[in-house]
Design a protein around this ligand. Structure first.
Ligand SMILES: [Zn+2]
Length: 180
């Protein structure tokens, strides 16, 4: 093959071989595959990993490093996305009429501080959504509520302190009782 070995030359050779209708030696087919894979994916790192619960049809969400290293433990399916060639830079969108002091409608960066590229943040995902519910998750918010009762009037404060303390104690007892 006189062409330099790249994806275009391999595709050209494959089409020529197909048009000629002759059998192609196995090592030729292997070389085309090798060149295409290396040129398309070889040195690239995935630009993004995405995950969703195993067996579900949930929309794909951006994966965190822990998802990628422990997909089984978290019951996730991971996919790696490669972009080749890279997508063009996304431009910020400034609110109409802002004079250099507005915030981007997509990424919320301030106009005079913003970098050249708009990178909207992926919505944060709470890992608890993939886990069975645990009643002990309630303790922390209840303790926060207990703390916030200091802003109530004395009557309500006493009432809600009693209520939250009772619930926290019951959750702790329940958890002790359900330990093996
Ligand atoms: Zn932006």
């Amino acid at each position: 093959m006189a062409d330099p070995l790249n994806v275009a030359s391999c595709l050209r050779a494959m089409r020529r071989a197909g048009a000629a209708g002759e059998p192609v030696p196995a090592d030729m087919a292997a070389m085309w595959a090798k060149v295409c894979i290396e040129e398309l994916y070889g040195m690239q790192k995935p630009v993004r990993y995405e995950c969703r619960r195993r067996g579900s049809n949930d929309p794909w969400e951006e994966a965190e490093p822990g998802d990628v290293t422990h997909p089984r433990r978290r019951n996730l399916v991971i996919r790696a996305l490669y972009l080749h060639p890279p997508v063009g830079k996304q431009q910020h969108r400034w609110p109409p009429g802002s004079n250099g002091d507005g915030r981007c409608l997509d990424c919320d960066e301030t106009e005079w501080l913003a970098g050249p590229e708009c990178r909207p943040h992926a919505p944060l995902r709470d890992h608890r959504s993939a886990m069975p519910f645990r009643i002990t998750w309630l303790i922390e918010p209840l303790e926060k509520l207990l703390y916030l009762t200091k802003y109530l009037n004395p009557f309500d404060r006493a009432k809600w302190r009693k209520e939250t303390t009772y619930l926290i104690d019951r959750i702790r007892d329940h958890e002790k009782g359900s330990q093996p």
